[in-house]
Write a protein that binds this ligand. Structure first.
Ligand code: SF4
Ligand code: SF4
Length: 378
C-alpha cells in the first residue's frame, strides 16, 4: 500500500516562484544548469538550528526544538565544499535568525555553491535582528535574491494564540514594516507573508488577505497545515473547504501579479504552477495518486541541525554527514539511502516544496502549466 504523508507547518513553504523577468532569467539558468549537469541541487532545505522562541500550536518540529545540536561554521564550510551547486537555499529551524552566524553561513553557500536564491522563513518575532541581517545580505550580495517569509497565521490576538506568544502579531507587523522599507531600498529582497491554513483560521482568510494588501509585500502565500502538529485538535479543514481556499489563494496571488503590472508570461507561469500544485494536493488528500515520482533525494534534500541527512522532512535519516566526511554524496551512496530511495518512487504527500521540485523535474510541466493556467478560476 502506498503511504500518504501530510506535513505540518514547520515554517517551510518552498513556494519560491519568481516574481519578475529577472528571476525568470535565473530559472532559465537553472534549467540550463540542470541539463548541463552543473546544478546538483534545486533546493537544499537546511534546518540551521532547532532553537526557537515561539510555541506554535501547528509546529510539527516541536519534539526536536531547543536541543543543543548545531553544526559549527567550520563543519558547514566542509559541507559546502563537497556539495556542488545549490540553486535555492531554504533555511529553516527552529527560528533561523537565532543563529548569530547566519550571515556567515549564507555567505558560504553563495560563495561555495553558487546559490542564487536564499529563502528565509521566520516567525517574525525579532524585527530588529531580522531586518539588520536582511539589509546586510542585500548590500553584500546585490545579485542574489533574498526571499524573506514572515509566518503570520491570523490577525491580532488569534495569531498570538496560535504562536503561543503574547504580542506576536504586533512584532510580526513591526518586522513586516521594517522589511517593506528595505524593499524600497534594495531590489533583491522579496517579502512573502506565509499563512498556514487549518481549522483554527480558515474562516479568517478573506480578512487576512485584505489586511495585508495594505503592505508592500511581494505576495501572500497560503499553505495547508501538514502532519501531526503539537496541538492535537489543530487539523485541516474538509476537502470542499480546501478547494474554496485554494481558489482564494489564487485570487490573492493574481492580485499581487496585477498590482505589479507583470506580463502575461509571469501570470501564466505563476498561476499555472500554483494551480497545478494545488490540484496535486487535492488529489492526494482525496486518496488519489501522485502523478509522478517524488524528487526527494534527487534534486531536493534536507540537512538537519545535527548533520543528519533526510531525503525529505518526513522520512527517517539516511545517515549523518559528519560520519561521511561531510560529503552528502557519500551519505546518498549508503545502503540506507539507496533502500529508501526505492520507497520514494511510490510515495505521495502534500508537501509543496517537494511537489514544486517534482513539477520542475517533470518533462510534461511545460504543457501542464498553460493547461492549469486556463483552469485557475475554476
Ligand atoms: S516558529 Fe513555530 S512552527 Fe516554527 S519552529 Fe518555532 S514553534 Fe515550530
Ligand atoms: S518522499 Fe516525497 S512524497 Fe514521500 S513523504 Fe517525502 S516529500 Fe512526500
Amino acid at each position: 500500500m502506498t503511504a500518504v504523508h501530510t506535513f505540518p507547518d514547520n515554517e517551510i513553504y518552498c513556494t519560491y516562484i519568481p516574481s519578475d523577468m529577472k528571476y525568470y532569467k535565473k530559472y532559465l539558468n537553472f534549467y540550463l544548469g540542470k541539463i548541463s549537469g552543473k546544478i546538483r541541487w534545486g533546493y537544499l532545505i537546511y534546518f540551521v538550528t532547532n532553537r526557537c522562541n515561539a510555541k506554535c500550536k501547528h509546529c510539527f518540529y516541536w519534539n526536536n526544538l531547543n536541543k543543543n545540536e548545531e553544526l559549527c561554521l567550520e563543519e558547514i564550510s566542509k559541507i559546502t565544499t563537497n556539495l556542488g551547486r545549490v540553486q535555492v537555499l531554504l533555511l529553516s529551524g527552529g527560528e533561523p535568525v537565532l543563529r548569530s552566524d547566519l550571515f556567515e553561513i549564507i555567505s558560504l553557500f553563495i560563495r561555495n555553491n553558487g546559490t542564487q536564491v536564499v529563502s528565509l522563513p521566520t516567525n517574525a518575532l525579532l524585527p530588529e535582528r531580522i531586518s539588520t541581517l536582511v539589509e546586510k545580505l542585500a548590500i553584500h550580495f546585490p545579485s542574489i535574491t533574498f526571499s524573506v517569509n514572515p509566518s503570520i497565521d491570523a490577525l491580532h490576538e488569534k495569531n498570538d494564540e496560535i504562536r503561543g506568544i503574547e504580542g506576536a502579531f504586533e512584532r510580526s507587523v513591526e518586522t513586516l514594516t521594517k522589511l517593506q522599507a528595505l524593499r524600497k531600498k534594495y531590489d533583491n529582497i522579496e517579502l512573502v507573508v506565509n499563512t498556514t491554513i487549518s481549522t483554527f483560521n480558515y474562516r479568517d482568510i478573506d480578512k487576512m488577505v485584505e489586511y495585508f494588501k495594505a503592505f508592500d509585500i511581494t505576495y501572500h502565500n497560503f499553505e495547508l497545515l501538514r502532519g501531526s502538529p503539537k496541538e492535537n485538535n489543530m487539523i485541516l479543514p474538509p476537502l470542499n473547504e480546501i478547494k474554496k481556499l485554494h481558489l482564494k489563494a489564487l485570487r490573492a496571488r493574481n492580485y499581487y501579479i496585477d498590482k505589479k503590472k507583470s506580463g502575461l508570461l509571469e501570470k501564466i507561469s505563476v498561476l499555472g504552477i500554483t494551480k497545478y500544485a494545488q490540484t496535486i494536493k487535492e488529489t492526494v488528500l482525496d486518496s488519489g495518486r501522485f502523478p509522478f515520482s517524488c524528487s526527494a533525494g534527487k534534486n531536493i534534500i534536507v540537512l538537519e541541525p545535527n548533520g543528519e541527512i533526510k531525503l525529505c522532512e518526513l522520512l527517517p535519516s539516511v545517515g549523518n554527514i559528519k560520519e561521511h566526511d561531510y560529503d552528502i554524496e557519500k551519505v546518498l551512496n549508503s545502503n540506507a539511502a539507496i533502500k529508501l530511495m526505492e520507497t520514494v518512487k511510490k510515495c505521495k504527500c502534500t508537501h509543496v516544496c517537494f511537489i514544486n521540485m517534482s513539477i520542475a523535474n517533470n518533462k510534461k510541466t511545460i504543457f501542464k502549466v498553460p493547461y492549469y493556467f486556463l483552469k485557475w478560476k475554476k
